[in-house]
Ligand binder design. Structure first.
Ligand SMILES: [Zn+2]
Ligand SMILES: [Zn+2]
Ligand SMILES: [Zn+2]
Length: 159
């Protein structure tokens, strides 16, 4: 009997590990060590399911007009510190955020970003790592951003 229930438990764990998309929004926050509140859950649902590419604070404000800007900003900072999001400086002048890839939340830093110079949308190329750059003597790197600028297929069709 005991054997049997252990086998069932192991099967459930295996299913959970193989199907990350079945982890609920609440569970994702909880796993990241974030206390779940109504506002955090609302913001997390929007950022996780509501944007197809990187988003700015202004995009989030437009999507959630009932939440004030400072709360949104603080919530984004909380998510970033917990490695649920990463920040992108894409050179467009507005800080962007992107949901960290679920498979590898703590190691998704260091990938290349792609920015369209017409519509200013930014995408993560999570499979393309930033090459390591040899620095001159005495330098220590604190962060690296690698942005490829171009014209996206949608803007290309419009011209
Ligand atoms: Zn990330
Ligand atoms: Zn574009
Ligand atoms: Zn990214």
């Amino acid at each position: 009997m005991r054997w049997c229930s252990r086998a069932v438990t192991l099967t459930i764990i295996a299913i959970a590990m193989n199907n990350k998309e079945y982890i609920s929004d609440e569970q994702t926050l909880d796993n990241a060590g974030i206390r779940v509140t109504a506002v955090r859950l609302l913001v997390w649902r929007q950022v996780r399911h509501g944007f197809s590419d990187a988003f700015s604070l202004a995009d989030l404000e437009a999507a959630l007009p009932t939440v004030d800007r400072s709360t949104l900003f603080r919530t984004l900072s909380t998510f970033t510190e917990a490695h649920l999001l990463h920040e992108i400086d894409d050179g467009t002048g507005s800080q962007k955020y992107c949901v960290c890839s679920a498979r590898d939340t703590h190691h998704c830093e260091g990938h290349v970003h792609l920015t369209c110079i017409r519509c200013h949308r930014t995408y993560c190329l999570t499979d393309v790592r930033i090459p390591s750059v040899p620095l001159p003597e005495g330098w220590a790197s604190t962060e690296t951003e690698y942005v490829v600028k171009g014209i996206c297929p949608a803007c290309n069709r419009e011209k």
